[in-house]
Design a protein around this ligand. Structure first.
Ligand SMILES: C[S@@+](CC[C@H](N)C(=O)[O-])C[C@H]1O[C@@H](n2cnc3c(N)ncnc32)[C@H](O)[C@@H]1O
Length: 176
């Protein structure tokens, strides 16, 4: 295991605390214009559609994307006003450490949404399964590959039986 003290670094090398600057590769277009009253996970709203307008300069990066059923979108939940370390998540009434949740009010406000790719039209990716507000910046797109991304487990911490509520549950204003 590498520890902070044993790893080599120079003044020119990034260290863990340095800010990281990212640029969006595209923008989500969605019918949701407010963070309240919308799906909390794409798996809970497979019927909700949206599209990702990828910026033209990233077009070459889309080659072969039509060969995948699902994509992983790494998003910036840009309208989230707060970064919290402890939150009461949408699926619970009790507080948890934010890294034990999928709450948007988290350090760096990064989201991860798995969407079903339904059509590719130039640099526009149409998808179903949507938990993203209109205008959400997308920082990266990755193909969903079950062999890489699925682990069979029933050990899901505090989520437990609360996951049964997922299809009906919608966000409220608690992250505001
Ligand atoms: C619980 S987060 C989950 C996001 C992602 N699926 C994840 O697990 O990282 C989804 C919620 O974030 C909020 N949200 C979605 N897009 C947002 C945005 N661009 N800015 C701020 N909040 C957003 C909405 O309240 C939505 O219900």
């Amino acid at each position: 295991m590498t520890t902070a003290s044993s790893s080599s670094s120079s003044a020119a090398s990034p260290v863990a605390a340095d800010p990281v600057v990212c640029r969006p590769v595209g923008i989500v277009r969605s019918r949701f214009t407010e963070a309240t009253g919308m799906p909390i996970q794409t798996a809970g709203a497979p019927e909700e559609t949206g599209r990702l307008d990828v910026f033209p300069e990233f077009a070459p990066g889309l080659r072969d994307i039509e060969g995948f059923d699902y994509l992983i979108l790494v998003t910036h939940l840009h309208q989230c006003a707060h970064e919290r370390l402890e939150v009461v998540p949408f699926l619970d009434n009790a507080s948890h450490g934010v890294f034990a949740t999928r709450a948007p009010a988290r350090p760096n406000r990064l989201g991860l949404s798995i969407v079903k790719l339904t059509a590719v039209e130039g640099t526009t990716l149409h998808f179903s399964g949507n938990d993203m507000m209109d205008g959400t910046p997308v920082l990266d797109i990755k193909p969903y590959v079950p062999r890489f991304d699925v682990r069979e487990t029933g050990r899901v911490g505090w989520f437990g039986a609360k996951l049964d509520q997922l299809p009906g549950i919608r966000s409220d204003d608690r992250m505001g």
